[in-house]
Design a protein around this ligand. Structure first.
Ligand SMILES: *Cc1c(COP(=O)(O)O)cnc(C)c1O
Length: 389
């Protein structure tokens, strides 16, 4: 039996509508040329396809097309924003602010900068995983040059209050970067009014292809980040490299799938999936939903289970459910998730946590069945019979 895919936060399958558009941008009979080729029709068509993709993404984000820089993904967008701003503003100050439970692609950028002599304040999150605006307010200094905090947490699903955090940064005159990889397509984002200066996005979290992402750079941000990739001066000098037409067309088509109320409908669907899963789980005792007490994005449900060994649980679940323990990005190591230990979860409980994430192609019926199956499995793992067999 094929396990049920409940790992949409790690990546999503490409939407068939997106795959079709991408297929039209690869072969000789399609729009395949280099968008930077200004001397022939093939190049002009490719440039048009790129600009269509850009405008589709800009529409979803309520921003200007000139505020989007295409990158290889959210990892690269985070690197460009964080290292690029540190480099741009090093003469003004050397103090940076983030949290220890950001995605690795943010945490590791700050560690690199720390090693280069920048001072980093690692804000302590609330037990739910959100960063309280008061915590940020207390850390801002006159020599702070960048704040980076994520929109929706990839392991917990909790949402930071971007309006409040951003307002504090604006008041202090400090650029605010947000990792928005888990927020795109999961909440309404109006970047024309949200007090955010830089925001990172990824194609493959929104039913687009892997290997494409974007960095929003607010037009009012002065100076902009310093380029980290040098070459032909593409993307207004911020990110050199031949633009991948098929990837950008696919990312744009993926963004367009959220138009006309589809985003709101998808949120309701995710909510229904989450409720169905919990309904299926029933009255199983000793279940700890992580991120409790904070606003959450309904597509992610992270549960820790009392009285089961984490590794045994994962092996028992794998035949039926494709879910994630901790973050998929660090699942190669056998340590519990650094996020859960940073939140003060006891080691054994952190080991037993499973992240279920739902998506566009999940059905309410299958997810309810999955919850019921899981409840039975956990109960039998806890029973003495299962332990001795
Ligand atoms: C997936 C993810 C990333 C990495 O995105 P890529 O496009 O795979 O590089 C970064 N941050 C968060 C919060 C993510 O969920």
């Amino acid at each position: 039996m094929t396990p049920l895919y409940l790992d949409y936060a790690a990546t999503t399958p490409v939407d068939p509508r997106v795959a079709e558009v991408m297929g039209q941008h690869l072969t000789l009979d399609g729009v395949f040329a280099n968008p930077a080729s200004r001397t022939h029709r093939y190049g002009w068509d490719a440039e048009e396809a790129v600009e269509l993709g850009r405008s589709q993404l800009a529409t979803l984000l309520c921003c200007d097309v000139r505020e989007l820089v295409f990158t290889s993904g959210a990892t690269e967008a985070n690197n460009l924003a964080i290292k690029g701003m540190a480099e741009a503003l090093a003469g003004r100050g050397r103090h940076l602010i983030t949290s220890p439970i950001e995605h690795k692609a943010v945490v590791d950028c700050f560690k690199v900068l720390e090693a280069q002599g920048f001072e980093v304040s690692w804000l302590e999150p609330e037990p739910s995983g959100v960063v309280a605006p008061e915590t940020l307010a207390a850390a801002l200094r006159s020599d702070t040059i960048l704040v980076s905090l994520m929109a929706v947490h990839n392991e917990l699903g909790v949402k930071n209050d971007l309006a409040a955090l951003g307002a504090l940064c604006r008041d202090a005159g400090v650029p605010f970067h947000v990792d928005g990889a888990q927020a795109l397509g999961k909440m309404a984002l109006d970047l024309s009014t949200l007090p955010v200066d830089l925001m990172s996005f990824s194609g493959h979290k929104v039913y687009g292809p892997k290997g494409i992402g974007a960095l929003f750079v607010n037009r009012g941000l002065n100076p902009p980040p310093v380029a980290q990739m040098h070459g032909g001066g593409h993307e207004r000098g911020l990110r050199s490299g031949t633009l991948p037409t098929h990837q950008i067309a696919g990312f744009g088509a993926a963004a367009a799938c959220y138009a006309d109320g589809a985003l709101e409908a998808e949120l309701l669907h995710l909510e229904a999936c989450r409720e169905a899963f919990l309904r299926g789980l029933g009255a199983l005792p000793g279940v700890h939903p992580l991120g409790a007490g904070a606003p959450t994005m309904p597509g992610i449900l992270n549960l820790a289970f009392d009285g089961v060994d984490g590794e045994t649980l994962q092996m028992a679940v794998a035949s039926e459910l494709a879910c994630s323990s901790g973050s998929a990005c660090n699942s190669v190591s056998v340590e519990p998730s650094f996020v859960l230990t940073a939140l003060g979860l006891p080691r054994a409980l952190a080991f037993s946590a499973l992240r279920f994430s739902f998506g566009r192609f999940t059905t309410v019926a299958e997810v309810e069945g999955a919850g019921a199956w899981l409840a039975e499995r956990v109960a039998s793992l806890r029973s003495p019979v299962a332990v001795s067999s």
